[in-house]
Write a protein that binds this ligand. Structure first.
Ligand code: AMX
Length: 392
């Protein structure tokens, strides 16, 4: 405790913290989730691994209400989401249809789609806007997948009462896939990716934009742009590409590949983390799911070997704070195994999941200070020239 004001000193900011992307500098509190460096992310106190097999709708309820629903509440909430899932407004569809199918990254489409929905549907009530957007995501996602693939708008009517993931798979209308396996994989993927504390770039960006009282849609669209970067959400796309380049599950060959990549100063995708200091429980949950849905898949065999080999090799470098598997190690492999063969779409699933967590966090910040909301974000920047700094 400092003697002056009886407040606990959480962190001493020194000059070394400047220009480090706010690394580790505390800036707020988060009610939806926290990340324990050893045990990973917890949603409202629940370790994420314990939630992995739950209905995504129940986990969304948890993030908004800070408790799990009982059976009746669960049914009511699913019904509420289904009611909110009116057909996408024509204006938003026209915006997406006007884009050239093969152009841009799918994350650009997602961000544009959310912004276009906001043009048509913003009410200004953050809770209602958040739940409306969450409920429209299955159709928005399926529309983006289909239009980009040159397959036109969904050919079947939206059936939101099926459940969010079930409706997405239904609207996607992909031939030759096992819809049950696809649904199972996406349900777990969504739950595992919904939230990760307040300071990750996309969440922080969404909340920063929202703090100026921008609309929920504008804030989430901004968050999706933040997520689209290769150092952030787009790493899950790189991971599968990396695994496919390895092309073997032989331990000695995988080790030799890892050593060559490190010698060439390239990252070992799927390993390391800015905050976690042990294997990410979200990685463990996906390995468990892989054993269930695709135990013989070649890429899955490779990531299983990588999980053994890479931490051993990365540990040789004392600079690497966490040599263990992160969330991205197996997600691309699983998505590919159930029929999503284009890695550039993987980050949109991450984005879909995060819409829930970021919306819930924006709502919490808007309700803070007795309803006045968290003040507009305004961190301090010093002049780069230290002589001017001294004059301040
Ligand atoms: N492969 C190669 N080098 C690695 C590494 C890895 N998996 N993990 C860490 N390092 C290197 C860093 O690049 C850094 O090198 P530098 O000093 O030359 O800049 C050094 O080890 C120390 O890094 P760190 O403090 O342990 O981690 P960080 O916070 O700087 O970086 C991360 C974290 C995730 C960017 C890094 O571990 C990495 O690049 N991993 C591979 C890419 C990946 O899987 N990304 C997905 C992360 C999960 C997510 O957020 N989606």
């Amino acid at each position: 405790m400092s003697e002056e004001n009886d407040k606990e000193v959480l962190f001493e900011v020194t000059e070394d913290h400047l220009d480090t992307g706010l690394r580790g500098v505390p800036v707020g509190t988060c009610r939806t989730s926290f990340v324990d460096p050893k045990k990973g992310v917890h949603y409202c106190g629940y370790p994420v691994g314990d939630l992995a097999d739950m209905d995504p709708e129940d986990v969304i309820f948890l993030l908004f209400e800070k408790r799990l629903p009982n059976r009746q509440e669960s049914q009511d909430f699913r019904h509420e989401l289904a009611q909110r899932a009116a057909r996408l407004p024509t204006g938003a569809l026209r915006v997406l249809e006007s884009l050239t199918p093969s152009s841009g990254h799918p994350m650009d489409w997602l961000s544009i789609g959310i912004q276009a929905l906001g043009v048509a549907e913003t009410t200004g009530d953050i809770r209602a806007d958040g739940l409306n957007l969450i409920s429209r995501m299955p159709e928005l996602m399926a529309t983006i997948f289909r239009l980009r693939g040159g397959r036109g708008l969904p050919e079947v009517a939206s059936e939101p009462e099926r459940g969010m993931v079930e409706n997405f798979v239904h609207l996607l209308g992909m031939d030759g896939v096992d819809a049950e396996r696809m649904t199972r994989t996406l349900r777990v993927f969504l739950v595992l990716h919904m939230d990760h504390g307040g300071g990750n770039l996309s969440t922080f960006t969404g909340k920063a934009v929202a703090s100026g009282w921008a609309s929920l849609y504008a804030s989430i669209s901004s968050a999706m742009n933040a997520l689209s970067g290769p150092l952030h959400g787009r790493a899950n796309q790189s991971c599968l590409e990396f695994v496919q380049r390895i092309g073997t599950s032989d331990e000695a060959e995988v080790e030799s590949f890892v050593r060559k990549e490190l010698a060439a100063r390239r990252p070992i995708y799927g390993f390391g983390h800015a905050v976690l200091r042990a294997e990410d429980p979200r990685a463990a949950a996906q390995f468990k799911l892989g054993e269930e849905i695709c135990p013989d898949d070649e890429n899955f065999q490779t990531v299983k070997t990588l999980r053994i080999v890479a931490p051993r090799v990365l540990s040789e470098n004392p600079k690497i704070s966490n040599p263990n598997a992160n969330v991205d190690i197996a997600s691309g492999t699983l998505l590919n195994a159930v029929g999503f063969h284009k890695p550039d779409y993987y980050t949109t699933f991450f984005g879909w999941a995060r819409v829930a967590g970021i919306s819930a966090q924006i709502l919490d910040e808007r309700n803070a200070r007795g309803g006045r909301g968290t003040p507009i974000y305004r961190p301090k920047y010093y002049a780069a020239d230290p002589t001017i700094r001294r004059l301040e």
